[in-house]
Design a protein around this ligand. Structure first.
Ligand code: FRU
Length: 424
């Protein structure tokens, strides 16, 4: 990778901290920040494939965009194996839980299209087998570039390693549907550097993925958010006063929380095309709080920067907890300082009675939040579950200053366009 001197010269900012004190304010089941219960009778998009992370086509400013009246979404996708002997249990029944749990290892990028912003039709794989340089095609963002229908798909090429890459192709429409063509040449952009962002050599459980490029509405430059961990050998991080925050007496003990080191990364483009990037220090760190701040993304509203990221119960550090769901932070300028929304950061979490009902929430600029169904209990004890692998009901939230409120629920996988582009 080229090492041109930083445009910024000195480090432009200090990362904002999501502290342990902030996280102590997280409370599951507050109705204003809890996703309505998902019924176990949900419909599935496809019996052939599981889908999870959903990436609506959008423009560089974040607007969800249809083309010639067609909405397009990209999804991480894996085949279902109901008849594969490898996924039969001792009684010869399909072990769907195991099949679903293994999906990350065979994730591929697929696309779907729709006239109504729901009832998605399967388009197929975005890249032919052999185009992507690694086994796993993990999450990212498709950007519609122009009226010729060119699309830059930024995503994560995983195993071996984890590299942020992009591939350019084109969306083509007819009266009957949509196809994606020409996604044939994958360009590696960057990997974790070990100085700002943790590498695999520093921690086998490192995270470096989920690119989300955008144009800063204030300075007009091209940037990219991504998920990372703070650089350093696993176990070497310090959870000091700043990371702990202002806790009540009795809450000073940080246990083994030094192992949780999530951050939201940011890079700036050196060119207009987004082919040459420079990593900058993280925007937000969660050392001592949580190990994963996944799929970070922005909503720009009222002159503010609303930064959203998804996280899990199981990735919280000792002594703090919260539901699986989407968390948010707000700042007046791109580089912060960021303040947790609702005091705690929690924006939309799963109800404690159905802790895994949904995940991978994406907050769109119209306040609609899309996610996928993971698993929903089918009995009162929660021991029997139904695996999803399909779109969850969309939820509407209202963002007001430093607060958010759940205000609506819509149909499964409802992702209406905010703009339509007529292709030339
Ligand atoms: C979120 C996520 C992403 C990753 C993908 C892997 O659900 O963990 O961070 O790209 O799923 O399947």
């Amino acid at each position: 990778m080229k090492s041109t001197p930083s445009k910024f010269g000195k480090t432009p900012h200090q990362p904002s901290l999501w502290t342990r004190a902030d996280a102590l304010k997280v409370h599951a089941d507050d109705p204003t920040t809890t996703q309505p219960l998902v019924s176990a009778n949900f419909p599935v998009l496809s019996d052939e494939v599981f889908i999870w992370d959903t990436m609506p086509l959008r423009d560089i400013d974040g607007n969800i965009t249809s083309v010639d009246g067609w909405s397009v979404i990209f999804t991480l996708t894996a085949d279902r194996h109901p008849n594969d002997p490898q996924y039969l249990d001792q009684n010869g029944n399909y072990d769907v839980i195991r099949d679903w749990s293994d999906r990350h290892g065979r994730a591929k990028m697929y696309y779907w299209f729709s006239r109504t912003g729901k009832d998605w039709k399967l388009g197929g794989r975005v890249m032919a087998e052999g185009v992507s340089p690694t086994v796993r095609e993990w999450a990212g963002t498709p950007i519609l570039l122009n009226e010729q229908g060119e699309v830059d798909l930024y995503y994560t090429a995983v195993t071996p390693g984890a590299t942020i890459v992009k591939v350019r192709g084109r969306v083509v429409t007819t009266e009957h549907g949509v196809s994606l063509v020409g996604f044939e040449k994958v360009k590696p952009l960057f990997e974790a550097d070990g100085k700002m962002y943790q590498t695999e050599a520093q921690n086998a459980f490192w995270g470096f993925r989920d690119p989300w490029p955008f144009r800063d509405p204030k300075d007009g430059k091209l940037y990219m958010l991504f998920e990372g961990n703070v650089a350093g050998e696993r176990g070497s991080h310090k959870v000091g006063k700043a990371e702990v925050g202002d806790v009540p007496p009795g809450y000073e003990d940080v246990g083994n929380s030094r192992f949780q080191t999530a951050c939201v990364g940011i890079a700036v483009a050196r060119d207009e095309d987004g082919d040459d990037w420079e990593m900058l220090p993280p925007l937000l760190t969660a050392v001592g709080v949580n190990d994963q701040t996944e799929r970070p993304h922005f909503v720009f509203q009222d002159g503010k920067y609303y930064l959203f990221t998804i996280s899990h119960t199981f990735t919280y550090a000792d002594g703090v907890t919260g539901p699986d769901g989407v968390y948010g932070f707000v700042a007046d300028s791109l580089f912060g300082p960021y303040v947790p929304l609702n005091g705690s950061g929690l924006v939309l979490g799963n109800p404690s009675s159905q802790p895994f009902q949904t995940y991978s929430h994406c907050v769109m600029p119209n306040g609609l939040v899309t996610s996928f169904i993971d698993s929903v209990p089918t009995d009162d004890t929660g021991t029997q579950i139904r695996i999803g692998g399909t779109e969850a009901p969309t939820v509407g939230i209202k963002i007001k200053g430093q607060q958010t409120f759940v205000v609506a629920e819509y149909d499964y996988g409802y992702i209406p366009p905010m703009l339509d582009v007529t292709l030339k």
